[in-house]
Design a protein around this ligand. Structure first.
Ligand code: NAG
Ligand code: NAG
Ligand code: NAG
Ligand code: NAG
Length: 88
């Protein structure tokens, strides 16, 4: 029981260092702006950019400016969006 708990904590810590922010899966979503899976603030989003040269996607983490929230329906930051996520 104790060992299991320590193992899980170690894995979580490793993941955090290895990849600070969870990004949307760009391969699954395609190019565009998408909500980040672990974000419950509605401010963070992932910009997926398709790289033709090597047939892969690059994922960039972005945060909406101060007063705006990421609206997944419009795929952009808006000041009138109400954050309804239950994640986290
Ligand atoms: C991302 O989505 C693709 C296509 O659905 C899938 O093959 C791949 O395993 C996914 N990657 C992750 C990290 O979930
Ligand atoms: C959202 O972005 C901020 C600023 O970069 C960061 O501190 C925070 O950890 C991010 N949240 C998630 C869930 O990735
Ligand atoms: C694909 O190309 C981009 C732009 O040159 C580069 O940043 C990225 O690391 C490459 N990805 C892979 C998997 O080679
Ligand atoms: C919220 O703002 C966006 C962009 O400013 C606009 O396109 C949209 O119609 C607005 N939605 C509502 C419900 O006001």
């Amino acid at each position: 029981m104790m060992k299991t708990t320590i193992g899980v904590v170690a894995i979580l810590a490793f993941c955090f260092v290895w990849h600070a922010y969870a990004t949307a899966n760009c391969t699954a979503t395609g190019p565009g702006r998408y909500v980040e899976p672990n974000d419950n603030t509605c401010k963070n989003y992932t910009l997926c950019v398709y790289i033709t040269a090597n047939n892969t996607y690059l994922a960039y983490n972005y945060v909406c400016p101060t007063t705006s929230l990421f609206n997944p329906n419009l795929a952009r930051c808006t000041s009138n969006y109400t954050c309804t996520t239950n994640a986290g």
